[in-house]
Design a protein around this ligand. Structure first.
Ligand SMILES: [Zn+2]
Length: 161
């Protein structure tokens, strides 16, 4: 039982017996001399590869990362929708939108890329609203007067009679 070595000239597979290790075998198709790697059986040796050998792909195909269901992308989308629906409740939206952005960043490298991008967009919109309401709250402006009374802004300086 030998190893299979490709011919550098025509690419035809050569069966090299253990006795041929470290030596050279003649290609059965084109007659070129095919070097056989010593001792260690190597199916596709890098050494002695000719640059004009275009029979074989130059690079091995990279193993694809399998992510059948991208939970991050789905989470990002759901959190983005929640962020847009609950934009008034800015403490909640601040949390959901930032989490949605993080999940979207993770989900972008998966097959569910479009879903993740949608989640990023929705989360961004929610975040903008949340920050807007945060600023309004901090600056003391209230769009809704819950007490129903007249709105009197607090005096900046105490007023002395
Ligand atoms: Zn050959």
């Amino acid at each position: 039982m030998g190893t299979v070595v490709p011919c550098p000239q025509c690419g035809a597979g050569q069966v090299a017996e253990p006795g041929d290790a470290g030596g050279v075998v003649a290609c059965w198709r084109c007659g070129a001399s095919v070097p056989v790697a010593p001792a260690v059986p190597v199916l596709w040796p890098r050494v002695n590869r000719r640059d004009d050998d275009d029979d074989e792909p130059r690079r091995r195909p990279r193993p694809q990362r399998q992510a059948p269901v991208s939970a991050a992308a789905v989470m990002s989308f759901v959190l983005g929708v929640v962020s847009c629906l609950l934009f008034c409740v800015w403490p909640v939206t601040l949390f959901t939108s930032l989490t949605g952005l993080a999940c979207g960043a993770f989900g972008r490298d998966t097959p569910s890329r479009k879903l993740a991008v949608a989640g990023i967009v929705l989360s961004s919109v929610g975040l903008i609203f949340a920050v807007g309401f945060l600023i309004l709250t901090v600056t003391g402006v209230s769009l809704i007067d819950f007490k129903g009374g007249p709105k009197v802004p607090p005096p900046f300086f105490p007023v002395h009679p």
